[in-house]
Design a protein around this ligand. Structure first.
Ligand code: SF4
Length: 348
């Protein structure tokens, strides 16, 4: 049966019209779904019971069940959700002082095969998430932020399991609903989509009418190293990727975030910093450095702190705005996919 909570405003208009109901009913149902995040037609009290019955006969809600949550000593919370087909995904409420962000998954597993990634190592790729499954994560995190922290969830990062631009149609539809003031009402400035560098996806992303922020995982100063750690580079070479980032038309107030995971002894030396700095010249960007989190599934090591600071210092001295991203939720399997990976192991 089709899922009601995957429908856009226009699609709901079509449904209501096909039932011969007045068009304002569509807006009412839309509000119930995406502003109040209800999961039953019975709660839609301003909708006549005859219309609710029709909806009930033709549509159902996306199945989405929380099965586990882990709380970190820094206040971040990782959630594990079970989906209709028994697959699992994870989402995280990241807490950094007063700032609460939701980290959202877009696929069960991932195809990209980054060598340092827990998701790929243990889960592989299963399937894309539906619009409803993407939005259900946001609803669940938003509710938890209010219940647990008495805070509104205002920031979203699509950096959980999966490559968002490999599921761009569902991502695009979900973003339209997330940004709509009659639905979730997020600000486009507070949503970031993170990609491993799918050039075709990046072109589609900039053609979308949803002007959210883009982060690109670069992780290497040259093609040789990138190819070793990110197989996606075979299809989309690093220079082509950087050239696209130099030419895309981004909002004047925005910059692309370049993510760089520092892997001890692989890409974290001063000469790597120099090469990387040269590579990204001309990209309107800021850089986020992320120290690799050790993982039981990985052969890579965390970088030493001195290298991380040296890398940052070189970039800053060369006028590249560079942050070291705090490691949040480290004690709860902080890297993407680790909890689902552990669950995968436990289930099998
Ligand atoms: S790091 Fe991200 S893009 Fe790479 S395999 Fe993991 S989930 Fe996929």
């Amino acid at each position: 049966m089709e899922k009601i909570d995957c429908l856009s405003a226009e699609e709901l208009d079509g449904v209501v019209l096909s039932y011969g109901e007045p068009s304002f009913r569509s807006r009412q149902i839309y509000n119930w779904l995406y502003r109040n995040n209800v999961s039953s037609f019975d709660i839609m009290t301003n909708i006549p019971s005859s219309l609710r019955e029709k909806l009930e006969n033709d549509y159902e809600f996306t199945y989405f069940e929380e099965v586990k949550r882990l709380t970190s000593s820094d206040g971040s919370i990782k959630f594990l959700f079970r989906l209709e087909d028994g697959e699992h995904i994870e989402s995280v409420l990241l807490r950094d002082g007063d700032r609460i962000s939701g980290c959202i998954s877009t696929q069960v597993g991932c195809k990209m095969g980054c060598k340092f990634c827990a998701t790929y190592a243990a889960v592989g790729f299963k399937r894309n998430l539906s619009v409803g499954e993407i939005l259900q994560q946001v609803s669940a995190l938003r509710k938890s932020a209010e219940e647990l922290f008495d805070e509104k969830l205002l920031n979203l990062v699509f950096m959980g399991m999966g490559e968002p631009l490999d599921n761009i149609d569902n991502l695009k539809k979900a973003l339209t609903i997330l940004l709509d003031d009659n639905a979730f009402g997020f600000s486009h400035r507070k949503i970031t989509v993170s990609t491993s560098g799918l050039i075709d996806g990046i072109k589609k992303f900039f053609a979308m009418e949803t002007p959210v922020n883009l982060a690109v995982s670069i992780n290497a100063p040259n093609q040789n190293i990138r190819q070793e750690i990110m197989p996606v580079s075979n299809k989309y070479p690093l220079n082509d990727l950087v050239n696209i980032l130099k030419t895309v038309d981004i909002d004047k107030r925005k910059r692309i975030t370049l993510e760089y995971v520092l892997l001890g002894g692989i890409n974290d030396s001063l000469s790597h910093a120099k090469e990387f700095c040269q590579l990204i010249k001309g990209v309107k960007a800021k850089v986020n450095l992320i120290s690799f989190n050790g993982s039981p599934f990985s052969k890579f090591k965390a970088p030493i702190e001195e290298n991380v600071l040296q890398f940052q210092e070189y970039l800053i001295n060369n006028n590249v705005t560079t942050f070291i991203r705090k490691k949040l939720g480290q004690d709860i399997s902080g890297a993407c996919g680790q909890l689902a990976a552990e669950y995968e192991g436990a289930d099998s």
